[in-house]
Design a protein around this ligand. Structure first.
Ligand SMILES: *Cc1c(COP(=O)(O)O)cnc(C)c1O
Length: 408
């Protein structure tokens, strides 16, 4: 079954009609190389620079501070490696980040750790919030970078970015934020919020996959990410993804201009989902109740294994996500859910529903109609459930029931 109700927008979004219409001419009549001098090349160049203006405007930056990349992962990689490689020579050797960053940050930081960098991983509280005071305490003489995500992709919590930015500026430490989930959903002003570097991605806001941007504040110098040409001011070579770039500009502009209205609409839908799910016994909301993305609902259902739940939802055409990874060969549930203190067992039974502009009230009613019976069915099949309701200790048991029974 395809998706009847697509609610996995934190994983990716459908490219909007508006974006496709804007991109199409740059795949057809304006196919020129943006570095060429003839007119279709100049058309492409103008379109790229116009898009750079749009992206910059959306976050309060200057166009000259925006570099186009292939997406959020590349932007994170470049920001962290590019800065740390530069600052190594100036005696810096310490990075501060949080335990629940996206892997595009965590794995980069871990690779630097293997090369001798010292890393402080800030814990988050049970609501999934980073404390600015913890960041300040961790700052040292040799700290090169603080990288704290703007909004978490799994549990939707929105961090106190302005406070962290102020602290970093006061201590003269560069502040990077992975804002892939935040751009277009939260008001951002890089100047006011003292953000030095910011990552964004197109496909999380209805642009195409494989396009993103990195904002780098004027005065901060990163090492070149790709050598081989003069594109992106010589720092990120390669013929521009013109259509992708044009689409990103349109998508960001659209997302920001409709933000207020969308936030109001989606947060109502989100809150209805959360309050209905929490009426079921032994369910828990993951992430902060208010300081969360308008489109994010993340619930743990005790006694349920996430991937079985996703498969049963898929049978009803509901495309969602979970913090579990049993069938993908890993026994470890999401590092994000563990970081807020969920046990393995509870983390495995989590459901992330992430909404976008495309979702309707009918989608919410459909989900509320289908999910509770699925949870009940999975619990009735679970050898753990009976023990859970008897309050027995099941903390370290997971992935323990038979998915093949689901079709019975
Ligand atoms: C999706 C995502 C990324 C990765 O972005 P890509 O464009 O897919 O590389 C990075 N960080 C966060 C928070 C994300 O949600």
């Amino acid at each position: 079954m395809g998706c009847v109700v697509y609610v996995d927008n934190a994983a990716t979004t459908k490219t909007s009609k508006k974006v496709i219409d804007a991109m199409l001419p740059y795949l057809t009549e304006h196919y020129g190389n943006a570095s060429s001098v003839y007119s279709i090349g100049r058309d492409a160049r103008n379109a790229v620079e116009e898009s750079r203006e749009k992206v910059a405007k959306a976050i309060g930056a200057n166009a000259s501070e925006i570099f186009f990349t292939s997406g959020g992962s590349e932007s994170d990689n470049w920001a962290i490696k590019g800065l740390c490689d530069r600052l190594k020579a100036k005696g810096k050797n310490h990075i501060i980040t949080s335990v629940f960053e996206h892997h595009a940050v965590l794995h980069v930081v871990e690779s630097l750790e293997k090369r001798g960098w010292d890393v402080t991983y800030i814990d988050v509280d049970s609501n999934g919030l980073v404390s600015p005071a913890d960041v300040e305490t961790a700052i040292r003489e040799d700290t090169a970078l603080v990288s704290i995500m703007y909004a978490n992709n799994e549990i939707g919590t929105i961090q106190p970015i302005s406070e962290i930015g102020e602290i970093c500026r006061r201590h003269g430490v560069v502040f990077h934020t992975d804002a892939v989930q935040a751009v277009g959903n939260v008001e951002i002003d890089v100047v006011e919020q003292n953000i030095d570097m910011l990552s964004m991605s197109g496909h999380k806001l209805h642009a195409a996959k494989g396009i993103g941007a990195l904002y780098v504040r004027k005065g901060i110098v990163l090492t070149n990410f790709i050598e081989g040409g003069a594109q992106e001011r010589g720092k990120r070579a390669g013929t521009e993804n013109v259509a992708g770039i044009v689409g990103l500009g349109v998508a960001v502009e659209e997302a920001v201009s409709t933000m207020a209205e969308r936030t109001e609409r989606l947060s109502k839908m989100r809150d209805r989902l959360i309050s209905e799910f929490l009426k079921m016994e032994r369910t828990h909301l993951n992430g902060h109740k208010e300081k969360r993305l308008a489109g994010n609902a993340n619930i743990s259902f005790e006694g349920v294994e996430g991937e079985s739940m996703l498969l049963m939802l898929d049978m009803h055409g509901i495309c969602a996500s979970s913090g579990s990874a049993c069938t993908s060969g890993s026994l470890d549930p999401s590092h994000v859910l563990l970081s807020i203190g969920r046990s393995h067992e509870v983390a495995h039974g989590s459901l992330r529903i992430s909404l976008s502009d495309d979702n309707t009230d009918e989608d919410i009613e459909y989900i509320l109609d289908k999910v509770p019976p699925i949870i009940e069915r999975l619990r009735s099949m679970s050898p753990l459930w009976e023990r859970i309701i008897k309050n027995e200790d099941v903390i370290n048991e997971r992935c323990s029931y038979d998915i093949s029974k689901m079709n019975e």
